[in-house]
Design a protein around this ligand. Structure first.
Ligand SMILES: Nc1ncnc2c1ncn2[C@@H]1O[C@H](COP(=O)(O)OP(=O)(O)OP(=O)(O)O)[C@@H](O)[C@H]1O
Ligand SMILES: [Mg+2]
Length: 213
């Protein structure tokens, strides 16, 4: 299955989520490859740190020069594709081949607006396709303070968008995501029982219900 992780705005967590999902799948014994189609190459960088630290399982990351469309057609296992708006052409190419598009959204009005635009781009890109990819949205970087309303408001706004699946699992803004990432580790490799780990494992299970982790 091809999962494209995308959104228009920078910093919504595409690379963090792509990396953590790839490690989760690989740890579960699934044959997974990732494509880093963003010129910033964050996913490639984190995989390099992981390789330097000799952390297993290794995460395979392919860059645009590796002819991703051909590889996507030929790989049987799971594929996770990190796309950024900096390369709109690559983003559209990947979306055109996707089985699903996973959209992390920080809780703010500006992010809701740009996400609606991104949804339009996805729909335009696949308009002539026989099989449409599923569009799955979830809130990332939610505030951990219960008094802050933005996450609930963002979720409400996302629920009004037509033709998307909105996950109720939220990923919160937690230092564990940043810290583990900078060490080349998935958040659940640092601690299996941290809040970050528990919520990420729930997200992964929702996205891949058939995988035994
Ligand atoms: N849930 C989270 N909690 C805390 N920090 C997070 C979380 N998700 C992402 N971050 C941090 O936010 C920053 C942006 O995340 P990331 O690089 O994954 O986003 P991106 O969408 O790939 O950004 P870009 O558009 O620049 O490629 C990083 O410093 C990352 O560590
Ligand atoms: Mg990125």
């Amino acid at each position: 299955m091809i999962t494209v992780v995308g959104n228009l705005k920078g910093g919504c967590g595409k690379s963090t989520i792509s990396f953590n999902l790839a490690v989760w799948l690989a740890t579960a014994g699934i044959d997974v490859v990732t494509f880093d189609l963003d010129p910033q190459a964050t996913l490639s960088d984190v995989a390099e740190v992981r390789a330097e630290e000799e952390i297993l399982p290794e995460i395979k990351v392919f860059r645009p020069e590796s002819n991703p469309t051909k590889m996507m057609k030929n790989h049987d296992g799971e594929m996770i594709i990190d796309v950024g708006a900096a390369n709109l052409w690559a983003m559209r190419q990947a979306i055109a081949m996707a089985d699903r598009v996973l959209v992390p959204i920080p809780p703010s009005q500006a992010d809701v607006w740009s996400t609606a635009r991104f949804k339009d781009i996805v729909e335009e890109t696949v308009a002539t396709k026989e099989k449409q990819p599923e569009i799955v949205m979830f809130v990332n970087r939610a505030d951990t303070h219960p008094g802050v309303r933005e996450s609930a408001e963002t979720l409400e706004a996302l629920h009004t968008l037509k033709g998307v699946r909105v996950l109720d699992t939220r990923i919160h803004q937690r230092t564990a995501y940043r810290r583990s990432f900078s060490e080349g580790r998935a958040v659940f490799e640092q601690s299996k029982t941290s809040k970050a780990s528990i919520e990420f494992l729930e997200l992964a299970k929702q996205l891949y219900p058939d995988v035994n982790f």
